[in-house]
Design a protein. Structure first.
Length: 215
């Protein structure tokens, strides 16, 4: 009976953790200090985030509640109405992209330690942190995993769409992509971010992301 009770409690805990993740609204995202933010327009609503980068780059982000830390997959819709040219996403200072969706992870013990004092800048610079960046842009094939020119060993770029316009639904296996990128299982998913980057080509990128769900 004690063993059965432990099994039931474990199953209930796992179910509660899985149920905790779900739709992610955009109404409480906030723009970061990133370069030339005045020339990037973010428009927030509960279910959608619109962005237009006018020869500029910026990033907006959301710190996640502990109930989301165990998310291991995600899905969303995104569209691009105006595109930057195809670029080499491995090249620092030449890697414009229409949209990039960031998933930032920390080891759970580290996430607990810094809880309450987190911000995006510290997360991106934390030596224990790892970031998966799913990108619509560049001249690389779908599924390519590239070294980040900015995050070093802490970040990997996963190409979902090359530069171009249109609309697509995406579903990603964060755990599998994390293992492929970093060789270990992910820790706690502590933050999300979205950027658009058109400063190197001095062009305009215009797109939208909707219906973001963690699971």
């Amino acid at each position: 009976m004690p063993h059965l009770m432990k099994t039931i409690l474990l199953a209930a805990t796992l179910t509660a953790q899985a149920a905790a993740a779900g739709p992610v609204g955009f109404g409480d995202w906030r723009q970061h200090w990133f370069a030339r933010f005045a020339d990037v327009d973010f428009t927030y609503s509960p279910k959608a985030l619109d962005v237009q980068a006018n020869g500029a780059v910026s990033i907006t982000y959301k710190l996640l509640d502990q109930s989301d830390w165990d998310a291991r997959a995600a899905q969303w819709q995104w569209s691009v109405d105006q595109t930057v040219p195809a670029t080499d996403l491995r090249l620092k200072g030449g890697d414009d992209r229409n949209l990039a969706l960031y998933f930032a992870f920390l080891p759970k013990a580290e996430a607990e330690r810094v809880k309450g004092g987190r911000n995006l800048r510290r997360l991106l610079k934390n030596p224990n942190g790892r970031v998966l960046v799913y990108v619509w842009g560049g001249d690389h094939g779908r599924g390519a995993v590239l070294a980040s020119p900015y995050l070093g060993a802490r970040g990997k770029t996963v190409v979902l769409r090359p530069s171009g316009t249109g609309g697509h639904a995406e579903r990603v296996d964060l755990a599998a992509d994390y293992r492929r990128a970093f060789g270990t299982d992910p820790g706690a998913l502590v933050a999300l971010a979205l950027s658009s980057d058109s400063d190197d080509t001095n062009t305009v990128a215009r797109g939208q992301i909707t219906d973001l769900v963690l699971n």
